[in-house]
Design a binder for this molecule. Structure first.
Ligand code: NAD
Ligand code: ZN
Ligand code: ZN
Length: 344
């Protein structure tokens, strides 16, 4: 079969032919119908050989949707032909975090060498992919594969982040979304669907700010050195009760810290390497800072339910597997509006 692989440190990913996978005991084989392109893949492809925690080649794609093509021995609960979304942050299934459905925070994944598809295990940018356990599949329930596939990360990750701050996002509050790309433009929709907060979006280009307004941001502001002052002004000096940073570089993290209201939440989702030192007098009183990873299995079910209710709709651009390297190049250059989706 054809697969998009990251093969050489520092080089662009390539389409190659690899052996067709066969499901072992307990595994499920999917015919992939759609695979999403995430900025985290670009981060992975920028790491040095020492920083990479898994061997190459790697079949990319940690957002995947497909049709069940074959079942390994002993698999129950899914049938051939089912349309399913892949819950990507695989865990051991047995530790206390996994027991709560929080496989993203599995206590034993590192020790057992369990890696998510596309981030260590072979991913979804291929004609077929292996899923290690049927518990990592959620029925699509009639959702379109292209519209649904980004929800497995670009939907689930902001959903988890927003859910944590819901008690603070009461009427009259403000939520700020920094970086309105794949994750951020979904975050805006989630905030509008789940809260009464005023939503303010920050990004660096007019195209992105225009998408932010289209998907529901009340205000969209250029993300520059003056952005923090503008947000403070918009909020009468109070700041934002929740700030979600989907960039995570030092300038955006600094902005996030500067605009968080007293008792506000700062959630650093972007993996740009920025840090926000917390200490008396550095932020407003009692600001909480957190850096979450992905979301739980239950939250994926919830976010697919929201999409089915029509409350979230991802803006997508589709590419063939052969054109996937171009999708990555465009994402790198900030040219994708919404999420790029590969049709293997
Ligand atoms: P993306 O490229 O689709 O979106 C990033 C957006 O940020 C773009 O719209 C870009 O214009 C904007 N941007 C860049 N610099 C900016 C600045 N200085 N100020 C404001 N906006 C700026 O990326 P994505 O796929 O949505 O991923 C976003 C980030 O989240 C990445 O760092 C990715 O690695 C990370 N991520 C983290 C998790 C997690 O679990 N923590 C999960 C998925 C993705
Ligand atoms: Zn991702
Ligand atoms: Zn576990």
């Amino acid at each position: 079969m054809k697969a998009l692989q990251y093969r050489t440190v520092g080089a662009a990913p390539e389409v190659v032919t690899v052996p067709d996978p066969e499901p072992g005991p307990g595994q499920v084989l999917l015919k992939v119908t759609a695979a999403g392109v995430c900025h985290s893949d670009i981060a992975v492809m920028s790491w040095s050989a020492e920083e990479l925690s898994f061997p190459l080649p790697l079949t990319l794609g940690h957002e995947g949707v497909g049709t069940v093509a074959a079942l390994g021995a002993g698999v129950t609960g899914v049938r051939e032909g089912d349309s399913v979304a892949v819950y990507g942050p695989w865990g051991c299934g047995a530790c206390i975090k996994c027991a709560e459905g929080k496989e993203n925070y599995c206590l034993r994944a590192a020790e057992l060498g369990i890696r998510p598809p596309g981030l260590g295990a072979p991913g979804s940018m291929a004609e077929y992919m292996l899923v290690d356990d049927p518990r990592h599949l959620v029925p699509l329930g009639g959702l379109d594969p292209v519209a649904a596939v980004p929800l497995t990360d670009a939907g689930l990750t902001p959903y988890h982040a927003v859910k944590r701050s819901l008690p603070k996002l009461v009427p009259g509050s403000t939520a700020v979304v920094i970086g309105t790309g794949g994750l951020g433009h979904v975050a805006i929709q989630l905030l509008r669907a789940m809260t009464a907060a005023r939503v303010v979006a920050l990004d660096v280009s007019e195209d992105k700010l225009s998408l932010a307004r289209t998907v529901g941001a009340h205000q969209a502001i250029l993300s520059d050195a003056g952005a923090a002052a503008k947000v403070r002004e918009l909020t009468g000096g109070r700041g934002a009760e929740a700030v979600f940073d989907f960039v995570g570089i030092q300038p955006t993290v600094d902005t996030a810290g500067a605009i968080a209201a007293t008792e506000g939440d700062v959630t650093l989702v972007g993996i740009g390497g920025g840090a926000l030192p917390v200490g008396f007098g550095r932020q407003n009183y009692e600001v909480s800072v957190t850096a979450p990873y992905w979301g739980s299995r239950a939250e994926l079910i919830e976010v697919l339910d929201l999409a089915r209710a029509g409350d979230v709709s991802v803006h997508t651009e589709t590419y063939s597997l052969g054109d996937a390297p171009e999708a990555y190049a465009r994402l790198h250059d900030g040219k994708i509006n919404g999420r790029a989706v590969i049709l293997p």
